[in-house]
Design a protein around this ligand. Structure first.
Ligand code: PEP
Ligand code: MG
Length: 580
């Protein structure tokens, strides 16, 4: 019987497929004891599953790059270690060999035993490791189940699967997307989570907050995920299916129309030119950015070079990466952000200070770079050398006050003098900009503008620091909202201060590439948007529908909004007038 569940759209689109439920704590195990002659077979099955889980983790690590990799590698490492834990493995083997448990039952037993040990610990960190045990063992259990249900796999491959889970980790999403996953329905989570951001960049429809999903949907149910309307149809009718087919036809047409915009100029309906920049890290990003007509790279995060390495990347290694980026953009400006380690971005080289009580408010970004001038100078020299191959700008993350910019400039000056003595070619000028992601920097932006050649607003962090709300924490969904008036006022303030000082201001947080916010940012006066390359055509298309002059008239009302709900209502009314 047809059932309708509502949720919040985290990534638009539709998908028709069979449900695959992920309930990490649910082990449907066969508790019948093994016969003596089945033991060897069962041990082999268990070890195949363990190998498959190890292989999955290795593949995950190999597939992830850049910002994504730095977030998930640490947990992949922890899980890989657990999978090789001698005690865990011996315990499992003994249960099968001596206790005649089937593999699934042995895994469940080990999970329960270890969970009890961890739960009894006083240390909250060690206690929280219970989650890792759960996740690792579920991975092995899934691998085991996949061995037994070849028939199911065949079907799933034909129809495709839609994942139904409480939440999904970004690493798993990246992995499953590469294996034909069609969409995700999460019973909790927020549209601002890392997984939601990833779903958008993978073009994977996703709903969050579908509260009853896990209790209503069953494995193998045919479901229509409609992230255009924010709902899931369980057992869709012929009418639902024809709506889905109509959407498929329209979106194919839309895809062709968008592709034709690749070489079009970026202009609003009333002809105002807007610069579209890309947040690019990999060579694939650079290629997409160029193919879609980006005006340059607005944010190149350099952390991945440091996170990929066991030690520190050398000057030459960095130089080659930066030079390839500059040359890849074929003469268009490239904005290289200096190292932004710290907080959640831990490193392999041991630069990040350990044991900080509050790392998000600790020594991260430029604060960390200035603490290690020799390491920072290596990066600065590499950037200076790469800047001879095309126009480069340097962006400094987590700036709080002018003396940080002054110190960075001094280090650049000293590095220039050294390179000159070494007869190395140097660029004539190298604009230095500040990221605006700390509230103090936004409020006191005029003081920074005396020392910065340009600004880039990092709304991901700015929102989290202004609202004192971690964007990954779904319990704060109602607070972490980009339409919060305090945030809108700060963004407007920074943009207008930049304009008065005649210095460019771009915005490179997630909202820069989200068409829901394009009208808002235009109204606040933004002329440079930087985004994931997959969003470039969508934003160009949206800009062409918007009237810049008319939107600018709404700015005072938008920044006077009392609540994010008010701002949202106003924005909806504005877009209706524009379409009318
Ligand atoms: C931001 O904070 O908005 C930003 C673009 O930087 P990152 O996401 O790398 O912290
Ligand atoms: Mg940031």
């Amino acid at each position: 019987m047809r059932q309708l569940l509502s949720g919040t759209t985290a990534s638009r689109g539709m998908a028709l497929g069979r449900a695959r439920l992920v309930q990490p704590n649910r082990y449907q195990v066969d508790t019948r004891p093994l016969g003596e002659d089945e033991v060897d077979n069962e041990l082999a099955r268990l070890h195949r599953a363990l190998d498959a889980a190890r292989q999955e983790l290795r593949e995950l690590r190999g597939k992830l790059h850049g910002a994504l990799a730095r977030e998930v590698n640490e947990f992949i490492d922890a899980h890989s270690l657990l999978l090789d834990d001698a005690e865990l493995l011996r315990g499992l083997d003994d249960m099968v060999r001596i206790g005649h448990y089937r593999a699934g039952a042995a895994l469940k037993k080990q999970r329960d035993r270890l969970a009890a040990v961890f739960e009894a610990m006083d240390d909250p960190y060690l206690r929280s490791r219970k989650e890792d045990i759960d996740q690792v063992i579920s991975r092995v259990v899934s691998a085991l189940q996949r061995q037994t249900s070849a028939e199911e796999r065949k079907l799933a491959a034909r129809v495709g699967e839609i994942l139904v889970a409480d939440t999904i980790a970004p690493a798993d999403m990246a992995h499953l997307a590469g294996h034909g996953l069609l969409g995700v329905i999460a019973s909790s989570g927020s549209p601002y989570s890392h997984s939601a951001i990833l779903a958008r960049s993978l073009d994977l429809p996703m709903l969050v907050g579908t509260r009853d999903a896990l209790s209503t949907i069953h494995d193998d149910d045919l479901i229509l995920l409609d992230a255009e309307r924010g709902e899931t149809v369980v057992h869709p009718t012929a009418q639902d299916l024809s709506r889905y087919r109509a959407w498929q036809r329209e979106s194919a047409q839309e895809g062709r129309r968008l592709a034709s915009l690749a070489n079009a100029p970026t202009r609003t309906r009333d002809g105002v030119g807007i610069r579209l920049l890309a947040n690019a890290e990999s060579t694939a990003d650079v290629a997409t950015a160029r193919a879609r007509g980006a005006d340059g790279v607005g944010l190149y995060r350099t952390e991945f070079l440091f996170l990929r390495h066991k030690g520190l990347p050398s000057e030459d290694e960095q130089f080659i990466a930066y030079r390839d980026l500059v040359m890849g953009m074929g003469g268009m400006p490239v904005t290289i952000r200096t190292l932004d380690l710290g907080a959640d971005k831990a490193d392999a080289a041991g630069l990040v200070l350990r044991g900080e009580d509050n790392p998000a408010l600790g020594v991260r970004g430029v604060r960390l770079s200035l603490r290690y001038p020799a390491v920072f100078t290596t990066q600065i020299r590499a950037i200076l050398r790469a800047a001879c191959y095309g126009p480069v700008r340097v962006l400094v993350p987590m700036v709080t006050q002018p003396d940080e910019l002054i110190a960075v400039r001094t280090l650049f000056k000293l590095a220039r003098q050294d390179l000159k003595r070494e007869n190395v070619d140097l660029p004539e000028k190298l604009p230095l900009g500040a990221m605006i992601e700390v509230p103090a920097a936004a409020i006191n932006v005029r003081a920074l503008l005396e020392h910065a050649d340009f600004l880039a607003i990092g709304t991901n962090d700015l929102a989290q620091y202004v609202l004192a709300a971690d964007r990954g924490n779904d319990a704060l969904e109602n607070i972490y909202n980009p339409l919060q008036p305090a945030l809108l006022r700060l963004i407007a303030h920074v943009i207008s201060a930049g304009r008065r000082a005649d210095k460019p201001v771009s915005l490179c947080g997630e909202i820069g590439g989200d068409v829901k916010f394009t009208a808002l940012l235009l109204a606040l006066g933004l002329c440079e948007f930087s985004m994931h390359p997959s969003q470039l055509l969508h934003v160009r298309d949206r800009l062409a529908m918007l009237d810049h002059a008319e939107l600018r008239r709404y700015a005072p009302r938008l920044i006077r909004a009392r609540t994010h709900e008010d701002a949202e209502a106003l924005l909806a009314a504005i877009s209706e007038t524009m379409q009318g």
